[in-house]
Design a protein around this ligand. Structure first.
Ligand code: NAP
Length: 358
């Protein structure tokens, strides 16, 4: 076949132009007064990012230990430090609460916040299982209160550009989504990554990113084929997942806590592909390559350390507008992702304390 016969080849001078991101600068979102529950690693990043890159302020922090709450408050310039959610809620003055405990505690810590009528942003994985997620979202609906899973990746500019590329049909029909997320953790049965009572395993902490990415592109994942291995503590150490997307196309996903993997995501279509450089769930580089030879790159436009600012801004805009959820990470999206994770665990035989074996 000569170059002239190639069906999609365009002239060498043709440029590929990507849609501009529609995401607004997080600094322009309304500033909310936040409470933070569970001041661990990610709560520190959330608070520092909110204060650095948005108009929101963390004004209250809850730890199981008053000493830890006070230390966190001193570090971040937070007005109030308490050792129970009830005290935080009784003091009032909050526009929203961010829940950053291990997954197994998300449900119990979020429920009283919703009962008090306060909007919530809950770390991923939203809960341990679908039943807990449904309970919280039913409560949010009944209370007329905003709730969202803090799947921060979905609010990043590169995801916005990717969604526009997909909607434009530039990649043709979507054939496959492939994504991996592996990190290494020293084997420690008491660490939340290994402890069943803290919702341990790769799936809920790391695997939730590839699954959520595939769900965003392909819709609900169906017809799952799962293989994996377990840790000595009985949580998943590795899983590989093949699935069909409700909107067409297939997913090929993996996650592990035994190896640091490239953490890349790819969407392959009949006319081209989209590649998110690792780590694909953080501010990174989106490359679109079409089969006709054209290529374009989108780079994260701001300070890469401010990635969490986009979910804080999205929450603030929706809450201020009186909305209950975000279309970028809807309640249905959370339930879909949780359903896939339930199904993966059922295949692997991972059952958390208090759950019925499936
Ligand atoms: N968005 C992201 O990029 C990202 C990154 C990492 C983690 N995460 C998510 O954030 C959550 C927390 O992760 P992390 O890495 O921040 O964990 P972490 O550093 O272990 O902090 C979690 C905090 O929760 C509290 N906690 C621990 N065990 C608890 C229990 N049994 N009951 C109630 N509270 C408990 C502790 O605070 P006190 O003892 O002071 O109360 C602890 O500092 C997880 O759901 C994880 O998936 C998100």
């Amino acid at each position: 076949m000569t170059e002239n016969d190639a069906p999609h080849r365009t002239g060498a001078g043709d440029a590929l132009t990507l849609p501009a991101p529609t995401v607004l600068d997080p600094a322009t979102a309304p500033g909310l007064r936040w409470g933070v529950i569970s001041p661990g690693h990610i709560a520190g990043q959330f608070t520092a990012t909110a204060h650095r890159a948005t108009a929101s302020r963390v004004v209250s922090v809850v730890s199981r230990s008053l000493e830890r709450a006070e230390a966190f408050a001193a570090e971040h310039g937070i007005e109030r430090a308490v050792d129970s959610v009830e005290q935080m809620l009784a003091a009032g003055g909050l526009d929203a609460v961010y829940v950053a405990s291990p997954h197994a505690q998300h449900h119990a810590l979020t429920r009283p916040v919703l009962e008090a009528g306060i909007p919530v942003l809950v770390e991923k994985a939203f809960t341990l299982n679908t039943a807990e997620a449904r309970d919280l979202l039913d409560l949010a609906r009944a209370q007329g209160v905003f709730a969202m899973e803090a799947m921060w990746a979905r609010f990043l500019p590169q995801y916005d550009v990717l969604r526009q590329v997909l909607a434009s049909g530039m990649l043709g029909e979507i054939v496959e989504v492939a994504a991996d997320h592996g990190q290494t953790f020293p084997a420690d049965p008491s660490h939340r990554m290994f402890a069943p009572e803290l919702g341990g395993g790769a799936l809920l902490d790391l695997g939730v990113y590839p699954i959520s990415f595939a769900q965003m592109v392909l819709g609900d994942l169906r017809d799952l084929a799962v293989r994996g291995t377990l840790t000595e503590t009985g949580v998943d150490a590795y899983f590989g997942l093949l699935a069909a997307g409700a909107d067409g196309g297939s997913a090929r996903l993996s996650s592990t806590l035994l190896s640091r993997t490239p953490t890349q995501a790819v969407v392959n279509g009949t006319a081209g592909s989209a590649h998110l450089a690792g780590p694909f769930f953080a501010p990174s580089t989106l490359t679109i390559t079409l089969h006709d030879g054209r290529r374009a790159v989108f780079e994260h436009p701001a300070d890469r350390g401010d990635g969490m600012a986009y979910e804080i801004a999205e929450s603030a805009r929706r809450i201020t507008a009186g909305e209950l959820e975000s279309p970028l990470m809807s309640w249905q999206d959370t339930l879909s992702v949780m359903g896939t994770m339930d199904a993966v665990r059922a295949e692997l035989g991972v059952v958390y304390p208090g759950e019925e074996p499936q």
